[in-house]
Write a protein of this length. Sequence first.
Length: 420
Amino acid sequence: MCPSDTPSTKRSSRLVAPILVDSGEAEIMRALRRQGRISRGEVSSITGWSKAKASQEIRSLINKGYLVEVGEGASLGGRKPRLLRINSGLGYIAGIDIGATSLEIALADVTGSIVQRRSEATDVRLMPEAVLGRCTQLLFELLHLQNGEPDQLLGIGVGVPGPVDFSRGVLVAPPLMPDWENFRIRDFVKDSFPAAFVVVDNDVNIMALGEQRAGDAANIDHFIFVKIGTGIGAGIISNGRIHRGRDGCAGDIGHICVDKNGPLCACGNTGCLEAMAAGPAIASKATEAARSGGSPILAQMMEVNGGTLRPEDVNAACREGDQASLDIIRASGRMVGDVLAGLVNFFNPSHVFIGGGIANFGNHLLVAIRSAVLQRSLPLATTHLTIQYSRTGSDAGVTGAIALALEYLFAIEDQPHMLI
Ligand SMILES: [Zn+2]
């Protein structure tokens, strides 16, 4: 659902894509978004238009300043064709990726190339005005560094770590950040940048978009991006587009029950995947192993760390050959894999990408996930299935937030909800 057709508030109903084009122009812009650069001849073959009609539409887009001619493509025998691309000088797009403990902010041109970026520590348990106020302040600074004006910022994508009601741009019952409940994130950001289209989504959906834009999923139409960190969640790309479901919470796999008798989860239920297998569960099992004498290495690390253990300590101990750490990591991988097996049967993706803070845990975790999926999924669903770590690292979120905002940059003028 497009935010522009939500009936929520007067202010939200004004939200339409910043750049409106007619349906003919839309076909060209759509091809350019996918391919980056195309020749005039390709416009005719993609659209089926005559050369004259293609020239007329291209001229109109160039006159409006939306397209520019750049360089020359490879010759197919005759004169080298001039190439067209979206005018990167149209304005700026921003991506804001708010994590539990960090902010990533980037400014890009309208082709998605990042021109400025900043990251810093934060604490999302603070009031939303403080965190978002800092984000908008950083955006003003990045624009200033580019000699840009606030009204040149055309779109802002915001990723937040919790369940987002996508049509309203608010978090609903976010376990990590209760003070953000129903806070109008979109309106708050838009107050500072009235010219921009602001769109808010959860952190895992934007990571899936980032994988599609800058990672290994550029041409993959059916995949799941699983984030394993403080929590566990998934972003689902179906037919090349993000699948959010009716209310925006599709992919919230962290609260699928793994063991009804398991520990209490932040959501109030017991034995959720997140409570059993995510970073805090790994750290707490490691603490237990250190205290019970099951792992001298972990006990030593805990002493050095002042009585606490982090998931990365478990990974480090595992690399040192610690059996207890290996068992903890394998158990997490198996639980994630068991849940993924159900998702693979249900959705039949061609790829599963594993990202988040646990994504640098090496082969043991990945092998445990893979073998659980292969053991429990239908043979047909796994014939062409690849399960791999995401290689986008900490860039996935901010790149995806930019990709999200770019989706809302252009729309068709008589149907402003029809995104290009
Ligand atoms: Zn739960």
